[in-house]
Design a protein around this ligand. Sequence first.
Ligand SMILES: Nc1ncnc2c1ncn2[C@@H]1O[C@H](COP(=O)(O)OP(=O)(O)OP(=O)(O)O)[C@@H](O)[C@H]1O
Ligand SMILES: [Mg+2]
Length: 331
Amino acid sequence: MAILEVSQLRQHFYLNPGILARMLSGKRTGVIKAVDGVNFQMEPGEILGLAGESGCGKSTLSLAVAKLREPTSGAILYKGKDLSEMNRAELKDYRRQVQLIFQDPYESLNPRFTVFDLVAEPLRALDMGDRHEIRERVIRTLELVGIRPDEYLERYPHQMSGGERQRVGIAQAMVLEPELVIADEPLSMLDVSIRAGILDLIRDLSERLHFSCIYISHDLSILSNISDRLMIMYLGRIMELGKSRDVISDPLHPYAQALISAVPIPDPAYRRPTPKIHGEVSQPIDPPPGCRFQNRCLEVMDVCKKDEPELKEIKDGHFGACHLYSSTKST
Ligand SMILES: Nc1ncnc2c1ncn2[C@@H]1O[C@H](COP(=O)(O)OP(=O)(O)OP(=O)(O)O)[C@@H](O)[C@H]1O
Ligand SMILES: [Mg+2]
């Protein structure tokens, strides 16, 4: 059974423009469709990479999955159970089983807490164990993430490097022995020299502890390295989903093709194809009918301006949302 099943998920934000803007545009409000009809499933133990330009809805999607925000509509099923139908005990268990690793360890760690208190906090909040058990689990978890407890237990966040802080952030998630981890750009605030170590740590932990992971990044070379499958979003919609090697070697959607053609290749003799894309990413505010990528797509057809393409299986396990591939069955 799938560990996670997301169907027709929407997260809309309603803008309240000032009086002048309202008079000029003649509109009362605008809607940011940050996530707008997203469908996907995850298998247990899978690492699903999530990519897409800034503002396409990656963090909004992850906050809805972590139930840190109520979606506007749609359903999220965890091990077959709808989140909106969970009782208190089931929700408490969900809060333990699903953990986030944040982008910015400077912001996410309370500066007044020691390392011990930071890692013990989630256990205390969910009432998991007495003082002795909590201490044991904190020490075990710090060792797991490569932080020496004897040296670091009483340190504060400002007494550590960025990489050490991120390891403590990872320990906060791991101490609850999660089954689904959402890592939202966990490397992007870190110095380039320490990124590989943290990436190895996350991959190693996912293998040893068997959790499933949604790994969000702008960096497709990182994603192709760590994820089993890759999902590409554009303005609130999934444009492509498939095994990482299929998406990287044979992208179907013109947007995925453009993103992948921008990945650096360490071969000076390699001549890369011209990216099939133009213009800048727009905002998901009151999107026009049809495909959201139509303004930037060099392969745009009449149908793209009328009908929104559904995500369909185009090749074995490789899905795309594009009218270039018609007459295939939808998900
Ligand atoms: N609380 C909010 N209120 C209004 N708009 C929001 C809110 N949160 C996000 N948005 C908007 O929703 C869209 C998606 O934002 P989101 O943060 O999910 O993108 P992202 O893909 O995570 O981007 P990045 O790569 O920069 O982290 C953006 O247009 C953003 O401005
Ligand atoms: Mg984000």
